[in-house]
Design a protein around this ligand. Structure first.
Ligand code: IPE
Ligand code: IPE
Ligand code: MG
Length: 250
């Protein structure tokens, strides 16, 4: 892994045994990055894919067990068709070039979201990625595509009701049972949520799963997000005390 002197120095400050197991990222700010440079929004999305390549490689190198990237929300369909179409061309583009390396690095690809509304071009590329990496046991790389947390929760409720035995008056649903019906079934909850682009909101991402995640926000636009920024987020994460409602242990 090529690291510059600043990154090497920051990497030495983090405890490699205590890197967050699951990092989730709201990759925001592509459009503003492009506008600031006088470029079309698509140029920001294209550069954003380059950041995805770099961050995926780096997370796998760091030994992060799960990386979840918010790539397209259920609300993003409200954008102009031209932009939606461009965004829908990116998963295929990314996977075409990266799949061999993902396979080599033992990364498993996963889709979070409803595949129904996704164009065939996207589902074909994702299916290929899932099939090629299904047996891998290294980092789980989840793409949230046509993902909305409220929709995810409603789908889980529907599935639970469907599975209900007939003539049952009392129903007990545990947190574990509910979570097993979410798209993230089998994944641990995120330890660290990063949002780039300067907004302080969740935008319908992983509402259930983020209950006790540490949140880290940066004004940096996603196309400019670097290994160094990720290391800074992890450094701060390692300094926080996760109390889960208990009294401080310090
Ligand atoms: C994130 O960048 C990419 C997606 C949401 C698909 P944006 O396109 O939202 O960029 P801004 O927030 O308009 O700058
Ligand atoms: C969140 O970004 C969704 C993704 C990063 C895919 P948005 O740009 O859609 O969020 P809002 O509209 O600023 O809340
Ligand atoms: Mg945005």
């Amino acid at each position: 892994m090529q690291l510059n002197p600043e990154e090497k120095e920051t990497l030495q400050k983090i405890d490699r045994r205590l890197v967050p197991a699951h990092v989730a990222i709201i990759m925001d700010g592509n459009g503003r990055w492009a506008r600031a440079k006088g470029l079309p929004r698509s140029a920001g999305h294209r550069q954003g894919v380059e950041t995805v390549r770099e961050i995926v490689r780096f997370c796998s190198y760091l030994g992060i067990k799960a990386l979840t990237l918010f790539a397209f929300s259920t609300e993003n369909w409200h954008r102009p068709a031209e932009e939606v179409n461009f965004l829908m061309s990116l998963p295929e583009q990314y996977l075409q070039t990266e799949l061999p390396e993902l396979v080599k690095n033992n990364v498993m690809v996963k889709l979070l979201g409803d595949p129904q509304r996704l164009p065939e071009q996207v589902t074909r590329a994702i299916d290929e990625g899932l099939a090629a990496t299904a047996k891998n046991s290294g980092m789980t790389l989840s793409f949230a595509l046509n993902y909305g947390a409220r929709m995810e929760i409603l789908r889980a409720v529907e599935a639970l009701i469907r599975d209900l035995p007939e003539n049952k008056d009392e129903v007990a649903v545990s947190e574990e049972l509910f979570a097993a019906h979410l798209y993230t079934a089998g994944l641990p909850d995120p330890d660290l949520l990063i949002r780039t682009g300067g907004e302080y909101r969740i935008s319908n991402f992983l509402l259930w799963q983020l209950a006790y995640s540490e949140l880290w926000f940066t004004p940096v636009y996603w196309p400019d997000f670097s290994k160094q920024h990720l290391l800074e987020a992890i450094t701060e994460f390692q300094q926080r005390e996760r109390r889960y409602g208990r009294a401080s242990g310090k």
